[in-house]
Design a protein around this ligand. Structure first.
Ligand code: AMP
Length: 310
């Protein structure tokens, strides 16, 4: 008989190709800390589910650039503002799990609302300045909910990198600012906006649209394209570009405009003269859905066109 004491000197291998689903917060935290200690890098993709190609592109990149892709799926109540129906938000957990695994995700983190926000919850992250514009004005409190949950997710999952889509341009700016302000050890990776072949930006909320509304919704992309063409022809007056986008949007009778903006791509302040670059951003209601879209004038178009219904 050997006197050797069995002791696991090598770290337990981590299964990357079979996705595990974790809902318990302590279990998630313990695993994330273990992986960090063992030098296994996590790429985090925070989502609210109802996956489409936009989400999957983030997961594939997270898997390619890290040892492990960890996707969180949590429909975060605190980022819904008064009048927005949280209970109607599209949910499809089984399809989401299959799609996430297919995109190379090794951990799907699906916490319960009561665990994330237990009785007595009272602490929020309050982003300022960047939220005085665009969706921050029309959805007061939205980015407070986003920043709060993203900070919690960073703490629970310990990512080396976190992936966010440029479809939600202002969200990226708010998160980048929070990471700087709180000295968080995570790299924010902005990812290209993914569109359907007809130009409609992919969004879970597109599931609310009828076939006819989906067709009308391509008007957001047409308005941004009109802005890009006018800018490329030399126009530098934001008011002219805003009018052009507004007129294009109103050519579809179903559209109700929330905002049409030409702003500074870093501060998000409305511009009265474009120097080099400008963010052209839109928010529009079509039927039951509030849709947003954007492009940066003065930058080459980096959007990705995926296969999909028009
Ligand atoms: P959501 O589930 O809508 O909260 O989105 C989760 C992440 O996916 C966010 O970082 C979004 O910006 C990103 N995302 C959503 N739609 C798209 C899209 N069409 N293209 C690229 N990223 C997207």
């Amino acid at each position: 008989m050997s006197n050797a004491i069995p002791y696991p000197l090598a770290p337990t291998p981590f299964p990357k190709d079979v996705m595990q689903i974790i809902s318990d917060l302590s279990e998630m935290h313990a695993l994330a800390c273990r992986l960090r200690r063992e030098g296994i890098s996590i790429g985090l993709v925070p989502t609210m589910g109802a996956f489409h190609e936009g989400h999957l592109s983030l997961m594939r990149r997270a898997r390619a650039e890290n040892d492990v892709c960890l996707t969180s799926l949590f429909v975060n109540p605190t980022q819904f503002v008064r009048g927005e129906d949280l209970s109607r938000y599209p949910r499809d957990p089984e399809a989401d799990a299959r799609m996430a695994e297919g995109a190379g995700c090794s951990i799907l983190f699906v916490p319960e609302t009561e665990a994330v926000y237990p009785e007595g919850f009272a602490t929020y992250v309050e982003p300022t300045r960047l939220t005085d514009h665009l969706c921050g004005l029309s959805r007061p409190g939205h980015f407070r909910g986003v920043a709060t949950v993203v900070l919690m997710l960073f703490e629970l999952t310990r990512p080396v990198r976190a992936y966010f889509g440029r479809k939600d341009y202002q969200q990226i700016k708010v998160i980048e600012r929070m990471v700087k302000d709180f000295h968080l050890p995570v790299e924010i990776v902005p990812m290209p906006l993914v569109r359907e072949s007809g130009g409609l930006a992919m969004s879970s909320r597109n599931r609310y649209l009828s076939t006819e509304e989906r067709r009308s919704a391509t008007v957001l992309f047409r308005a941004l394209q009109a802005a890009r063409s006018r800018f490329e022809a030399g126009e530098r007056n934001p008011a002219t570009i805003r009018d052009l986008m507004r007129d294009t949007l109103l050519s579809e009778p179903q559209t109700v405009i929330d905002y049409v903006s030409v702003s500074h791509p870093e501060t998000l302040e409305e511009l009265d003269r474009i120097e080099e670059r400008a963010l052209a951003a839109l928010a529009v209601r079509i039927g039951p859905a509030r849709l947003i879209d954007n492009t940066v004038l003065g930058e080459p178009m980096a959007d990705v066109f995926a296969e999909g219904a028009v």
